[in-house]
Design a protein around this ligand. Structure first.
Ligand SMILES: C[S@@+](CC[C@H](N)C(=O)[O-])C[C@H]1O[C@@H](n2cnc3c(N)ncnc32)[C@H](O)[C@@H]1O
Length: 283
């Protein structure tokens, strides 16, 4: 599951991953994060979708966020979710069975949307830009398909904010330094969302952030903190980036696990969000 360019879990090619169920389950976990719930609720207020409007979700994953927003669209509205993963979309289609408006979940590439210009009132993308080689191209595509005056919402994690505290400062610094380094993917894109939409010619209307905090975890009950990677895969990633000797891998994992068993465990991660308006003449 671990590749050189991910921190344990990789969402670039979900359908090729032998642990696809873990990737799906992790998305179900992240949907339960307090930070995710807060940002999605904030986004809903900022988008202010109304009956009859059309919404696009780019990298929709399991579709839960789009399906909540569908409640604002009425039966004359429509939701389109695109994702690179047929496996993710399969779950999204099941989740959509009682949707209040027509929903189409379809395979697509965020950087080359198969949708006409100006065909949506709003587009959103959550925690997908961080997996793309060219996030600006994806934002440009969102701008292209949203009508002038429509809105674009971006939510993404900034992995440079990730910290772990198990009472070991050396371990904490090791993890923090590793997470701050972007390797082959824009893992710190959360903090750049505002610049990204401005560069795409949009007008940022509102921005916010939320920090997910884990204050307890029982490693004997679940292999990883809710919605997060396992400490084994974090250690593998550190070894792959030459920050941890493979001989120290087991000690790294057991230090964290033992601390968590004693209740001496916390982790923090900040996510950012920006909602923007699409200019009258964006193309
Ligand atoms: C971390 S998940 C986030 C899913 C969902 N937006 C959420 O917040 O729950 C990232 C999603 O982006 C999708 N993805 C990755 N690369 C993509 C691409 N080039 N085009 C479209 N979707 C992509 C993955 O398949 C995955 O479902």
């Amino acid at each position: 599951m671990v590749t050189e360019d991910t921190h344990g879990l990789g969402y670039q090619r979900v359908d090729d991953d032998p642990n696809v169920e873990v990737l799906v389950a992790t998305m179900e976990g992240t949907a339960q994060w307090e930070a995710t719930r807060r940002l999605r609720s904030w986004e809903r207020g900022q988008l202010g979708l109304t009956s009859g409007q059309r919404l696009l979700d780019v990298g929709c994953g399991l579709g839960e966020a789009a399906l909540v927003l569908a409640e604002d669209l009425g039966d004359r509205g429509a939701v389109v979710g695109i994702d690179a993963s047929e496996q993710m979309l399969g779950v999204a289609r099941i989740n959509a069975r009682s949707a209040p408006c027509p929903v189409r979940f379809t395979v697509g590439d965020a950087c080359a949307l198969d949708e006409p210009d100006d065909s949506f009132d709003a587009a959103r993308s959550e925690r997908t830009l961080q997996w793309l080689a060219d996030p600006a191209a994806a934002v440009a595509e969102m701008v292209r398909v949203v009508r002038p005056g429509g809105r674009i919402s971006l939510i993404d994690t900034d992995w440079s904010t990730f910290t772990i505290d198990v009472g070991d400062d050396v371990l904490a610094a090791l993890v923090h330094d590793a997470m701050r380094t972007e390797r082959h993917r824009p893992s710190n894109i959360g903090r750049r969302l505002h610049d990204l939409v401005r560069a795409a010619g949009c007008i940022p209307l509102a921005r916010t952030e939320a920090t997910q905090t884990w204050t307890s975890w029982d490693p004997d009950q679940s292999s990883a903190p809710l919605g997060c990677f396992s400490m084994e895969s974090l250690a593998d990633d550190l070894v792959a980036s030459d920050r941890l000797a493979s001989a120290d891998r087991e000690g790294f994992v057991s230090t964290i696990h033992d601390a968590a068993r004693r209740g001496r465990f916390s982790m923090r991660l900040t996510m950012f969000a920006v909602v923007s308006g699409v200019n009258a003449d964006p193309h």
